[in-house]
Design a protein. Structure first.
Length: 229
């Protein structure tokens, strides 16, 4: 999406579009945030690559049900991103202690609203589009009993003909992509730490399981052959 401001014969509306990465010229500096609890804070860069447009940026954290979490302080919560600029958000957790044996996931939200040239829209009705980027924020406690790098290899599977059950014995969320069973592609899924997830299967699906996962840097790991439990 190259332009976020359109002129149409309508009353003024504010429309929110949901994206995972880029909003016009605005882009978060990562596809996920890893918050190491021992560091007491995490950061996320926000870049405006547009040469002309300014954006008003608002940032906050939500839980997995989409409710805003008051236990996070994001600074600055509201600022203007000038053309060709980079800003840094600081994220601090101030809530009650989280589980120490596994990660906890939240959603980091960055909303970008383009500036309006009042002279250009004088006596005209406009539609203003604000784009919201949402990326996962993983709270990672210290002292976990295994490293993250190859933890995806610990996943185990069970196929009962109706659903594929994925067992995750690791303390990390496992974001699985490019999942196939017998060559049939399944939807991307995230398996909770020390838990399991059921993925519906097309009738009669069986055969070899193949998958990849997304690591801390947003990169996709090498393809892995699934091991049955």
């Amino acid at each position: 999406m190259k332009k976020l401001l359109f002129f149409i014969p309508l009353t003024l509306w504010s429309v929110f579009l949901f994206h995972s990465a880029v909003a016009g010229g605005i882009a978060p500096g990562a596809t996920r945030v890893i918050y190491y609890e021992e560091d007491k804070q995490a950061s996320l860069s926000v870049t405006n690559t547009d040469s002309h447009e300014r954006y008003l940026i608002q940032a906050w954290v939500e839980d997995t049900s989409g409710q805003r979490v008051r236990d996070f302080i994001v600074t600055p919560p509201l600022f203007t991103a000038s053309p060709k600029s980079e800003n840094s958000l600081r994220i601090m957790y101030t809530g009650k202690p989280l589980p120490k044996d596994r990660e906890t996931v939240f959603w980091m939200n960055v909303k970008a609203i383009p500036a309006i040239n009042k002279e250009a829209i004088k006596d005209k009705n406009t539609l203003q589009l604000a784009v919201l980027s949402r990326i996962k924020l993983f709270m990672r406690p210290e002292g976990l009993n295994m490293g993250e790098v190859e933890s995806y290899k610990k996943l185990r599977f069970h196929n009962d003909g109706k659903q594929l059950t994925v067992f995750n014995p690791t303390p990390y969320y496992q974001s699985m992509v490019n999942i196939t069973v017998g060559g049939n592609k399944l939807k991307n899924s995230m398996v909770p730490p020390l838990g399991k997830l059921d993925i519906p299967l097309p009738a009669g699906t069986s055969g070899e399981i193949r998958f990849q996962s997304v690591n801390d840097y947003g990169a996709v790991t090498p393809q892995q052959k699934g091991v049955f439990k």
